[in-house]
Design a protein around this ligand. Structure first.
Ligand code: ARG
Length: 319
């Protein structure tokens, strides 16, 4: 008798434990650090043909003599939980041409301009250094089901640079793969101006440079959009890309001193902040910029905290 109830208690406890670990793993924005085993050997692959359509490659090149490092460092693995690689398979190799964010078990949020010249066939989650398969990450590849561009994205205009990728199968969340939170409800009203945000990406570490195989992170300051509007409006291509100016549809972020920025290949990737509950919440999607890391030209991000953007995401990916 006693033995039996002990057994029941044990089963119940195991169940509760399972529920706790399950629910923790399923929550968005999980900021618990990732434990990684020791690193063995290395094998190299290259990342070629990065998405090259930032302003620098569409005509006006920024000055050459400016230090254009983007000022990041290898990302904490916790940020790799939701940062996705978007790739195109061609001739037996995968070209990782853009980044994205895992927002739920089936959908990745990325940038619409990524698909101007490329088409996505595969998404990789849980990756950190894609040049090696023995660095302790537990990455998984997913075939692309469909790509939904924001209906109002109208190139060459830079507005509404958002796209959703539906995965071919559901993601099972674990300690290495977990979605980022979206700024639903009141969260979108939070004033981020002057606050710290973090971007992650496998893009170039300097203007004109090649992509990094190791995920990089960099902390930036969110500026009011007027700051970007002021400097970008001096560029000849302003009226073509931003005919209605740079406003609240855009998140403007950089470093007050310059030197920290997203760059080519980071497109579609996440810009997040940490909320009071220590959850990573997505605030922006890497879209464009003039050069990389120039003090006067902070990076431009689709501002997810706009109600119409959230409504579109909800309609496509959360119903
Ligand atoms: N359009 C670029 C890409 O395709 C992203 C550029 C971001 N540039 C910047 N300076 N913030 O990867």
């Amino acid at each position: 008798m006693a033995r039996r109830s002990l057994q029941r208690v044990a089963i119940a406890m195991a169940f509760v434990l399972l529920m706790i670990t399950q629910s923790r793993a399923q929550e968005c924005g999980d900021s618990t650090p990732v434990e990684v085993p020791l690193v063995f050997g290395l094998s190299r692959v290259s990342r070629s043909n990065l998405q090259k359509d930032s302003l620098a490659t569409v005509g006006i090149a920024p000055p050459e003599n400016v230090p254009e490092v983007v000022g990041g460092f290898p990302a904490r693995r916790v940020l790799a939980k939701y940062t996705a690689l978007v790739g195109e398979d061609s001739r037996g190799t995968t070209d990782w041409f853009c980044d994205g964010s895992l927002i739920n078990a089936l959908w990745i949020l990325t940038a619409a301009h990524c698909f101007q010249r490329r088409s996505a066939s595969v998404v990789r989650l849980g990756e950190h250094d894609y040049s090696t398969s023995s660095d302790g990450d537990r990455h998984e590849d997913f075939l692309v089901g469909e790509v939904v561009l924001h209906p109002e994205y109208l190139r060459p205009e830079s507005y509404h640079d958002l796209a959703l990728i539906k995965l071919g199968r559901r993601v099972v969340f674990n300690s290495h793969i977990n979605p980022v939170c979206l700024p639903w409800g009141r969260e979108a009203e939070r004033d981020l101006t002057g606050g710290a945000v973090v971007i992650t990406g496998w893009g170039a570490t300097e203007h004109g440079g090649s992509g990094s195989t190791v995920l990089q992170e960099v902390a930036l300051t969110a500026f009011p959009p007027s700051r970007c509007d002021q400097s970008y409006s001096t560029l000849p291509q302003y009226s073509r890309y931003w005919p209605r100016g740079i406003g609240n549809e855009t998140l403007c972020a950089g470093d007050p001193q310059g030197g920290k920025d997203a760059c080519q290949g980071d497109s579609g990737g996440p810009l997040v902040y940490l909320d009071e509950r220590k959850r990573y919440v997505l605030a922006g999607v890497v879209s464009s910029g003039y050069g990389c890391g120039l003090q006067e030209f902070p990076g431009l991000y689709a501002n997810l905290r706009q109600a119409p953007y959230l409504r579109w995401i909800k309609k496509v990916a959360f119903t």
